[in-house]
Ligand binder design. Structure first.
Ligand code: HMG
Ligand code: MG
Length: 302
């Protein structure tokens, strides 16, 4: 079986991980979390979200987070933007990259960003054009690629259509979101086959929530398909306020343990990520959902 020699991890803990946490943490604590993650060697960190503070109160301090952050050279710090207002805030925060987020499910699109898929794509076309004119790179997400919390089944045609549109408008990469973690390896394999028939694997990333415990199995299938960018979240934090019942992203520590054990390079120190995850979990008064983090803690106590 062919596997990529190296993988780029997109750390989404400070955004996806913290957007849904019931316990508020301070801006300074967020900044320290992000800095711990960059010190661990993570080169792409989604550090905030310029969305309506009424929709996602936990991300309301994103401008302050970016203002207070000491940015490590070589690290890309990025944030979600749902519209031009969000892009303006990202430009003011001196970001070099932003992420737009569409959905393959109509109902999820309505609940998450208050508009249809078609309306969101029109809006994102404007956002992307403006971002590219300002020399920002734009990444695109597609939510609900394997199922929707409201509609259940989501067609592959819908995923393919949104992927095409995002690439055509100028996204350099499209991250395939299994928002509620319902995908299975055979299902994802079929989806990747269809997507890769129209665009190369180098244009895709995977973003799997681990609700049913199958994220690593699905990542393995993605690697076999040639996809080499993986979104994950330290300690397995995460969830979308508009995806009830869904749990966190696949844990960065678990992904690293699997990849390093397969001799796939990431440039990331697993122990430092685990430590960053433990520290933020102490603040959030919860334990990491990463099996690897728990195993590493147990080993260090022996
Ligand atoms: P809307 O109500 O249609 O927006 O919401 P609007 O343009 O009518 O404005 C309403 C109010 O929001 C106004 O304030 C605007 O100024 C304000 P008011 O005048 O009433 O005081 N507003 C903003 N404020 C700050 N920044 C902005 C902004 N835009 C408007 N950018 C909107 C539409 C898209 C804004 C809203 O629904 C929203 O912000 N949604 C974001 C939801 C979200 O962040 N969800 C979680 C992230 S997605 C996710 O987690 C999935 C992902 O991880 C992949 C996966 O797992 O599948 C990415
Ligand atoms: Mg997500």
């Amino acid at each position: 079986m062919f596997y990529p020699a190296s993988v780029r991890i997109v750390e989404v803990g400070p955004r996806d991980g913290l957007q849904n946490e019931p316990r508020t943490i301070t801006t300074a604590q967020k900044i320290r979390f992000i800095q711990n993650l960059s010190a661990a060697g993570l080169q792409t960190i989604e550090a905030g979200s310029f969305v309506s503070p009424r929709s996602v109160p936990a991300m309301a301090d994103s401008a302050d987070v970016f203002r207070g952050l000491s940015r490590k050279p070589g690290v890309t710090y990025t944030a979600l933007v749902p519209n031009l207002k969000g892009l303006e805030a990202a430009l003011a925060a001196n970001l070099k990259e932003v992420a737009i987020f569409a959905s393959a499910s109509e109902t999820f699109s309505q609940r998450n960003i208050q508009c249809s898929i078609a309306q969101s794509l029109d809006r994102y076309r404007e956002v992307t054009q403006e971002a590219l004119q300002n020399s920002l790179r734009v990444r695109g997400y597609i939510s609900c690629v394997a199922g929707c919390p409201y509609e259940r089944a989501v067609s592959a045609e819908s995923v393919l259509m949104v992927a095409n549109e995002l690439m055509e408008m100028g996204c350099y990469e499209v991250s395939l979101g299994d928002t509620i973690g319902v995908g299975t390896p055979t299902r994802m394999e079929r989806l990747f086959k269809e997507l890769l028939a129209q665009s190369p694997a180098s244009k895709f990333a995977v973003h799997f929530h681990d609700t049913y415990g199958l994220a690593l199995a699905n990542i393995l299938v993605a690697l076999q398909a040639g996809i080499s960018v993986i979104d994950s979240s330290a300690a397995g934090l995460g969830g979308c306020p508009y995806a009830p019942g869904a749990t966190g992203n696949v844990a960065t520590e678990d992904v690293l343990y699997m990849l390093h054990g397969m001799n796939i390079e990431t440039g990331v120190d697993i122990n430092q990520v685990a430590e960053a995850g433990r520290e933020i979990c102490t603040i959030l008064k919860r334990s990491p959902s990463s099996k690897t983090a728990l195993a590493l803690s147990a080993r260090s106590r022996r």
